[in-house]
Ligand binder design. Sequence first.
Ligand SMILES: C[S@@+](CC[C@H](N)C(=O)[O-])C[C@H]1O[C@@H](n2cnc3c(N)ncnc32)[C@H](O)[C@@H]1O
Length: 292
Amino acid sequence: MCYQESKPITVIDATSDLDSVPFSPRVLYRGDCIEVMKCFPEGSIDLVYADPPYNLSRHGLSWSDKQGAGRRKSGGNYHMMKETWDMFEESHYRRFSVQWLAEVKRLLKPAGSLYVSCTYHNVGELLVILRDLDLKCLNVIVWEKTNPHPNLTRRMFTHSSEFVLFFAKGKKWTFHYEEMKKYSANGGQLKDVWHLPLCQGAERIKRADGRAAHPTQKPQALLERIISASSSRGDLVLDPFLGTGTTALVAEQLGRKWIGIENDTNYVSLSVERLKKVQGAFRKEDTYERRK
Ligand SMILES: C[S@@+](CC[C@H](N)C(=O)[O-])C[C@H]1O[C@@H](n2cnc3c(N)ncnc32)[C@H](O)[C@@H]1O
């Protein structure tokens, strides 16, 4: 299919009547990603980037079960968030993660690949599930945040990293090896530790009161590496947890097709506003093909 730079960005309410949900690029689907993904055809997606709930919210994270049955988790006690979309009992979180990852696997083309953002809180569960789904682990990328929040307790090391799990469905995954060298400090092979700041400044979307509009908006630089590495111009990129639309925005800028799914109406509106500003703004001068 030819890349359609003129196709307008559309929002489809996929909270009911799922039998008639169309499958189309440049669409932001509002609804539950597991249910929406079930409507899409098998083997239709080149690349998935997912930034799922980390299950950080509620009573904080605890390995032990002090908060009551079902609250056991695989990470430490650190928590900052209180988002309802990020609150799960232990067994529910596993079930949810298995379900969305199984749908992602079904949707990926044989040469497709998957990146999943996570922290030490949920990396254990995700790696086991991905192994059980028989997906191939290519890298556990460490994103070192160059501007982390300070550790106020002074009783442990400052938390300054997140992980990005890079997995492939089959053996012939896309990887633009040469292009990745531009992100390496010495121009050589790009390693699996990436030094990038948290999303802040003008890039961070703010509410009217000046506070961040979304607690976990990812930096565009992170998505630029992922999308450039593992997709080509015109490929279809899916983000099942779109949030503020970062994946779609970068895909748009890099000349990829995209599909986003997001449950929350406010975040859908934020994404649409953000995307309209860059619609069709394929940065031809930034592409590796042009600069060679
Ligand atoms: C970690 S955030 C993603 C942030 C995004 N990467 C960005 O840069 O803005 C996860 C998002 O997934 C959404 N979400 C949570 N559960 C969902 C589900 N079952 N289906 C669709 N969206 C969901 C939340 O509303 C939240 O905006």
